[in-house]
Design a binder for this molecule. Structure first.
Ligand SMILES: Cc1cc2nc3c(=O)[nH]c(=O)nc-3n(C[C@H](O)[C@H](O)[C@H](O)COP(=O)(O)O)c2cc1C
Length: 278
């Protein structure tokens, strides 16, 4: 696979820096025109895997949708994708673009992979054979203050923390940690990867810079099992690829997405793909 990455979203590095999961919402429902704008934008989203993702906005009461960790909003973004190789990564990429665009409209959200009544969401998305709905997200205007439960949850997951730059990114191979100074023009895109949301904040992405390429690898967390076709950490990887591409575009860098075969691999990590940078 060999694809030029042409993604752009105005002010994406600001959006990525300001982003956080929102679980407490104002009672005010997002206006129909805002929802329409978001869904229109959703139709234009592409990912480097070339797999289409369909987005819908769902009303909780209409479909019996429940999420025990959020409160205040009635609306959810749902989406679905055809099951195929790299569908989880493609989904992660496209849904993150969708949620960052929602953020640019003033809407907050949180990725939901586990804390919802999944079967009701899947029914609402009218999944056909060979389709899956990996995640959903409430959308609404963020409340001025987080609930006590949300604050406690963030603390338990250490949601505000990230691994050091040097623990995530490497120079030429996994034995040589990359410093932010050494990353040069790729410092900002890599910082954007570091700030990405991930399931239970596990941050499973690792990137090696070599030969003008950024090689993306998945370091799976222990005890983080895949469930059938769903692969949360591969979704995390798609989000990381999205953050990198958005910020690289903002920095004026041209990217080409490639999946090398055979990939420069290491035993503990899984190669997913690379950006060739020019
Ligand atoms: C694929 C994925 C699945 C997630 N699933 C849930 C979930 O089911 N419930 C939840 O409250 N948060 C969920 N999260 C949000 C993460 O806990 C959150 O992104 C992480 O703790 C970092 O916090 P931040 O987003 O505020 O930076 C999920 C995030 C991702 C990327």
């Amino acid at each position: 696979m060999n694809k030029t990455s042409t993604i752009s979203l105005p002010h994406s590095s600001d959006l990525i820096r300001a982003r956080r999961s929102v679980r407490s919402f104002e009672k005010r429902t997002p206006e129909a025109a805002v929802v329409e704008q978001l869904l229109d934008y959703g139709k234009s989203i592409k990912n480097p895997f070339g797999i289409p993702v369909e987005f819908r906005v769902l009303h909780a009461a209409q479909h019996g949708l429940l999420c025990p960790v959020t409160n205040g909003t009635e609306l959810y973004a749902g989406s679905k994708i055809a099951v195929q190789p790299f569908a989880n990564a493609a989904f992660g990429y496209s849904f993150e673009v969708f949620l960052l665009y929602a953020q640019s409209l003033g809407l907050g959200s949180v990725w939901l992979g586990g804390t919802m009544n999944r079967s009701a969401f899947e029914q609402a998305m009218e999944l056909r054979e060979n389709e899956m709905m990996p995640c959903a997200a409430p959308i609404g205007y963020p409340a001025k203050r987080m609930t006590v439960r949300e604050t406690a949850m963030r603390k338990a997951i250490k949601a505000d923390e990230r691994l050091p730059f040097e623990a995530l990114f490497f120079d030429s191979g996994f034995t040589k940690p990359l410093t932010p100074e050494k990353a040069g023009v790729l410092r900002l895109p890599l910082e954007a990867v570091r700030l990405a949301p991930s399931a239970v904040n596990k941050q499973p992405w690792r990137v090696v810079l070599a030969d003008g390429c950024a090689y993306f690898y998945l370091l799976r967390s222990k005890g983080f099992a895949r469930s059938g076709v769903l692969d949360m950490q591969m979704i995390d990887m798609g989000i990381a690829l999205c953050h990198f591409a958005l910020c690289a575009a903002e920095c004026g860098l041209a990217l080409e997405f490639v999946q090398l075969d055979p990939a420069p691999d290491s035993e503990e990590v899984e190669y997913v793909g690379s950006y060739r940078i020019s």
